[in-house]
Design a binder for this molecule. Structure first.
Ligand code: ZN
Length: 179
């Protein structure tokens, strides 16, 4: 398990930036040794901050549900298909009047993987498990799985969908857990 606390990460980035600045100042060129190979690399620095803003007005009920510990899907009564994560429109009949259905939350584990090599913005999380489960209602759910010991996971085992806070951010989201 490799977790880098956010403050630690900020410190590492900051000290690397200071090194680049020092070298540029003393050598006159922003060329530093690559951290892994030691080969010279040119540092072209431009800061990029990503912010995703996703409109949710028409699926607001899903998020309100999470706060009550419920997980909702939408369902097209005409086609009898579920949409999860919920969609506001049915892509088959273009119907906007989909039903909100609380997911019963029982399913079986289809597959999973333990993520130990994480994207930069996920380094502050402990190693996590991404899993896919087939729910009783007949659709798949892809999300993080919370389990104390990943070695106890078995494909085909019964799992349930639960709502918990994602820490350290503290927002409610859904996880799979062994039943
Ligand atoms: Zn439909």
């Amino acid at each position: 398990m490799s977790t880098i606390p956010r403050e630690e990460l900020e410190k590492m980035v900051k000290s690397w930036l200071e090194m680049v600045e020092q070298i540029t100042r003393s050598e006159g060129l922003p060329i530093v040794p690559d951290e892994k190979t030691g080969d010279p690399v040119w540092v072209d620095l431009r800061e990029l901050r990503l912010k995703y803003l996703i409109p949710i007005a028409r699926i607001r009920k899903f998020f309100d549900g999470l706060k009550e510990g419920k997980v909702y899907a939408t369902r097209c009564p005409v086609q009898d298909v579920y949409f999860f994560p919920p969609q506001a429109d049915c892509p088959y009949c273009m119907d906007e009047n989909l039903e909100w259905v609380e997911i019963r939350g029982r399913g079986t584990l289809v597959t999973y993987t333990v993520v130990s090599v994480k994207p930069a913005s996920y380094l502050h999380y402990p190693d996590y498990i991404i899993a896919i489960a087939r729910m009783e209602e007949g659709f798949n759910v892809l999300c993080w799985m919370s389990v104390d010991d990943p070695s106890q996971l078995r494909i085909g085992m019964p799992v349930k969908l639960v709502v918990k806070r994602r820490e350290p951010e503290g927002f409610f989201t859904y996880y799979l857990e062994p039943e």
